[in-house]
Design a protein around this ligand. Structure first.
Ligand SMILES: *[C@@H]1O[C@H](CO)[C@@H](O)[C@H](O)[C@H]1NC(C)=O
Length: 122
């Protein structure tokens, strides 16, 4: 708990000085960054959400790359809130982490993931 708080403080001061995304996050109604993870925008100013088509088109992976902080928490929050719990999508979605990447399988959901991150202020 203490370590998490320390990390949050360090992150807050760095991000507040260095990125537009953080500036946007600061303007969310909650008024402060409240997640133990951060998703920096890429050099084009876009959220780093990518679609990979595997296995001749039968397997679609959506990944969020280069997550700062605890990517497992991001994965858990996505799994529980990206789709309504009773929806078909919620039954199909699978989310894993691979180092600082979050990998989502089960559907072509890049746009949903981007909107979810934007709604969180990233
Ligand atoms: C990241 O979050 C998970 C789930 O809350 C937790 O179990 C894990 O200890 C955290 N890892 C770090 C490095 O804080």
């Amino acid at each position: 708990m203490f370590a998490r708080c320390l990390w949050g403080v360090r992150f807050f001061s760095q991000a507040a000085l260095s990125t537009d995304a953080a500036a946007q996050a600061l303007k969310t109604p909650a008024g402060a960054i409240k997640y133990p993870f951060f998703v920096p925008r890429n050099s084009n100013g876009n959220l780093p959400v990518y679609t990979d088509i595997r296995n001749g088109g039968t397997r679609i992976l959506v990944s969020i790359r280069n997550v700062d902080g605890n990517a497992s928490v991001l994965a858990e929050e996505l799994a529980s809130t990206l789709f309504a719990p009773t929806s078909r999508e919620a039954q199909r979605i699978k989310i894993k982490t691979n180092h600082n990447h979050v990998v989502i399988s089960g559907g072509r959901w890049k746009q949903e993931v981007v909107e979810w991150l934007k709604a969180k202020g990233f």
